[in-house]
Write a protein that binds this ligand. Structure first.
Ligand SMILES: [Zn+2]
Length: 341
């Protein structure tokens, strides 16, 4: 059992090779939100008799509200799965005021530790309300039923501390920080990355220690970002390149993969220990090459050339290295050297 000082957004953490075993028998009347594959790997282990099992089809508010209107009487909602199944459970917990139990079956997105509930209202992502798991169940065997590279992808939003903290410092130096600057927060965030470094091979292997390191990393990020009220230490230019690509190509990406690509390119734009962070991403086995995401050389080059005007059209985006950059075709070609298409 680990102890993390501060606001983690996890009331209780239960972890182990079989942490979810027979948990259903301890719960009173409960409902489950899940999807086909995660439920297949979990339901026998969980035990108990859920009042209803909701297969999440969409995160549209109207659909979720329709499900809630049909819910039987219950005192707990158990989310079993990835981002959507967990967010659906968070939404029901918040709307109905019932206990939330989260059992992530994959670590590729951090929905299971973030308080904000992401849904879609008329197809647009909207954040409504907050909720906290009690307990958060980290069952290593269940997590290992997911493709290992997708669990590794979970480290993307932790490695992004490398470029995110640099961008915040950069903005501060130019008097453009949107928030009260905190060098303590910068140091704490970099410390998370430093603590992960000796565990890269464990993460790569998806062993218990490695999987737990990702979960702990997320919880530590929360201790910095929840009191601060923003995620600036882990979100900056590397995410903005991803937003540009998403808008350009109109399709979703595995979050950690595309953030990894952003770190690869933006750490160069920042002159920020590129070789070190590239080697770190290779050692942990993070997928970040454009070819693995179906991104062509032309698309990526166009995205880089458009990046500065893209961020200038979005006033809600924070000040980063992109704002003063001069990204030329020569720079882009040079920065993409080493990427596989
Ligand atoms: Zn992210």
């Amino acid at each position: 059992m680990i102890t993390i000082e501060g606001q983690t957004n996890v009331t209780q953490l239960r972890s182990g090779a079989n942490a979810a075993q027979n948990l259903g028998k301890e719960l009173g009347k409960f409902v489950v939100t899940t999807m086909e594959i995660p439920w297949k790997h979990t339901h026998r282990k969980l035990g108990g008799n859920p009042e209803v099992v909701i297969m999440v089809e969409t995160m549209e508010e109207s659909w979720l509200d329709r499900m809630i209107s049909k819910l039987p009487d219950c005192d707990t909602v158990v989310g079993v799965g990835g981002g959507q199944a967990i967010d659906a459970a968070k939404y029901i917990s918040w709307k109905k005021g019932v206990r939330l139990v989260s059992i992530p079956t994959i670590l590729s997105v951090d929905a299971f530790v973030t308080p904000a509930i992401g849904i879609r209202r008329n197809h647009e992502v909207t954040y409504v309300g907050e909720s906290t798991p009690d307990p958060l169940v980290i069952d290593f065997e269940i997590l290992r039923t997911a493709p290992p590279e997708l669990n590794i992808a979970g480290i993307g939003d932790l490695i992004s501390v490398h470029t995110g903290t640099h961008d915040w410092e950069y903005a501060q130096k130019r008097g453009r920080s949107e928030y009260t600057f905190s060098s303590a927060d910068i140091a704490a965030a970099r410390n998370i990355l430093a603590k992960l470094e000796p565990l890269l091979s464990d993460i790569c292997e998806n062993n218990d220690k490695g999987l737990m390191a990702i979960v702990e990393g997320y919880m530590c990020i929360n201790t910095i970002c929840l009191p601060a009220g923003h995620y600036r230490v882990e979100e900056g230019s590397e995410h903005y390149l991803f937003y540009e690509l998403e808008e350009r190509l109109q399709r979703p990406f595995v979050h950690g993969y595309i953030v990894g690509l952003g770190i690869y390119l933006m750490s160069q734009l920042q002159n920020n220990r590129f070789e070190w962070i590239r080697e770190l991403m290779d050692r942990v086995g993070l997928t970040y090459h454009p070819g693995d995401m179906g991104i062509t050389r032309d698309d990526l080059c166009s995205s880089l050339l458009n990046l500065k005007s893209y961020v200038h059209k979005k006033p809600q985006l924070w000040y980063t290295v992109i704002d003063d950059s001069e990204i030329t075709r020569e720079w882009a070609v040079e920065a993409m050297t080493g990427l596989k298409f």
